[in-house]
Ligand binder design. Structure first.
Ligand SMILES: Nc1ncnc2c1ncn2[C@@H]1O[C@H](COP(=O)(O)OP(=O)(O)OP(=O)(O)O)[C@@H](O)[C@H]1O
Length: 480
């Protein structure tokens, strides 16, 4: 190396001593590389000897068809203009086909006002690009998972209701039938069975789907505020009161969903009955009757007859609402749907939690099908969320050790150890089915019709199962 080159690389060598991570390439006025740092070798996978003395136009291309020139190459641009270029993102390929993404700053090197070459400092962007594509992917996944609330304020349609059991299919069929008219509907179902899911689906399937879906959980609003929230307030009704539109008016041309109606006072229910009968509301503090046309869907989480008996529901309101009643089955009435629900929850959670769980073990299926699920589908969902949080990185299946303790300790499942001694899953499931059917028949004093009803199957289906499970001729089961 001559004196000229020695002088030329003195500056970059000093910088490199301090900044080891940063890649530095120095070219002479012709564009030939005369210095190539270790960091460059790492990013570009060239060896120094491949590069030194060669013109950068021979060693890099923008892509297969494009050579470097003063417009697309930072270094050549600096040699052309004699001006520095700061923080420019560049993408090029080496002769070995390695794709390189870097952010580059290049500076001219002058001696006695004469341009001698250029020094380029660059940093690898491949990790950042990988990270940003992972973030983009994650965002896409989350967006598709968390179905964006549509304009009418709903998230769900009938297609989102998971389950193929006969009882859920017939519930969906009935719900679709009643969707098409605009009468008020009473949805009855225990907590977590999917009442709101059904209410939204009915709204979206019916004639007012273009209108808003306005939901309120009556139990979460203090009784004193319920009327003002639902009917609105007239300016001056009380000190400082402004004119406010209530939810009945907001649900114009749409649906008003009154969840947990049974938690409201009988006095409020009387006002509601008046609205249902006249289709008019009167704001708090006002005399004017305002017409409302939203469809009313109410829900109770206890049996309405029981609610009437406990003085939680007015009989006249019930008569008004019960013309169109939809009963949502509990999860224990449709244990067959557990597999499908669990598969769907795992799929969703895999994306959110970045896991790769393939399913649940045979033991877990039995445990889940033996639990009585007082919190229904919401509780099953939480159980799977919990179990997935408990899985380790390499786990592919949810096994009993991942389940919440209260599910394992539940008395219904204690007999499970006995059930599990059977060799095959089919045999085990048959045994569970046999136990459930026997228990139900016993609880109903041998009355097949009542037992079938409680099991949500037809009487014929019950008889078919009794035969298939070899228990029809059992001495202790003679029909009452
Ligand atoms: N058939 C189903 N398929 C998929 N998810 C369901 C189904 N039923 C319920 N869920 C889910 O279970 C949870 C509870 O549903 P939802 O809030 O509709 O129940 P709810 O009966 O209105 O409960 P509550 O009486 O406590 O208000 C929600 O996360 C819902 O998405």
């Amino acid at each position: 190396m001559g004196e000229y080159e020695n002088n030329l690389i003195e500056l970059p060598l000093r910088i490199i001593e301090v900044l080891e991570d940063i890649c530095i390439q120095v070219v002479d006025i012709r564009g030939c590389t005369i210095y190539y740092s270790k960091g460059c070798e790492k990013i570009e996978q060239y060896k120094r000897e491949d590069i030194l003395g060669k013109n950068i136009c021979e060693t890099y291309r923008i892509d297969e068809n494009t050579e470097l020139n003063a417009d697309n190459s930072v270094i050549l641009g600096v040699l052309h203009t004699g001006k520095p270029v700061i923080n420019k993102v560049m993408r090029f390929i080496t002769l070995k086909g390695k794709l390189v993404n870097v952010v580059t700053s290049a500076y001219p090197i002058f001696t006695n006002n004469k341009l001698l070459g250029a020094i380029a400092v660059f940093k690898d962007l491949s990790q950042i690009i990988e990270m940003s594509s992972a973030i983009t992917q994650l965002q896409d996944d989350l967006l598709s998972l968390r179905k964006i609330q549509s304009k009418n304020g709903t998230q769900f349609h009938f297609d989102d209701i998971i389950g193929s059991s006969a009882v859920i299919k017939s519930t969906i069929a009935l719900a679709k039938k009643i969707s098409v008219c605009s009468s008020s509907i009473l949805i009855v179902g225990a907590t977590g069975t999917g009442k709101e899911l059904f209410a939204q689906s009915i709204h979206n399937y019916g004639p007012v789907s273009n209108g808003p879906f306005v939901a309120i959980n009556c139990s979460s609003i203090p009784e004193t505020l319920l009327e003002s929230i639902l009917f609105g307030i007239t300016k001056g009704a009380f000190t400082g009161a402004n004119d406010t539109i209530g939810l009945f008016e907001q649900a114009k041309d749409g649906t008003l969903f009154l969840d947990e109606l049974n938690s409201t006072s009988l006095a409020f229910q009387a006002s509601l009955l008046r609205v249902l009968e006249t289709n008019k509301i009167r704001k708090v503090g006002g005399n004017k009757e305002i017409p409302v046309n939203g469809r009313i869907i109410s829900a109770t989480n206890i049996n309405p007859v029981e609610a009437i008996r406990k003085n939680q529901l007015r009989l006249d309101l019930y008569y008004r609402l019960s013309a169109v009643t939809l009963e949502i089955p509990t999860l224990s009435m449709r244990l067959d749907d557990i597999d499908e629900l669990v598969t769907s929850f795992i799929k969703t959670n895999n994306k959110i939690m970045r896991k790769n769980i393939h399913g649940i073990s045979d033991e877990v299926i039995i445990i889940l099908k033996n639990f009585n699920w007082p919190g229904n589908i919401r509780q099953l969902k939480h159980c799977i969320d919990y179990a997935m949080n408990m899985t380790e990185r390499d786990d592919l299946l949810i096994t009993p050790k991942h389940l919440p303790k209260y599910i394992l300790n539940d008395s219904n499942i204690k007999g499970n150890h006995r059930v599990l001694k059977y060799n095959s899953l089919k045999e085990t499931l048959k045994e569970v089915e046999r136990e459930i059917i026997m228990k139900e028949i016993k609880n109903n004093n041998g009355n097949f019709s009542r037992a079938a009803k409680n099991l949500s199957i037809s009487r014929q289906n019950l008889q078919y199962r009794l035969k298939a499970l070899n228990i029809l001729d059992c001495n202790n089961i003679s029909e009452a």
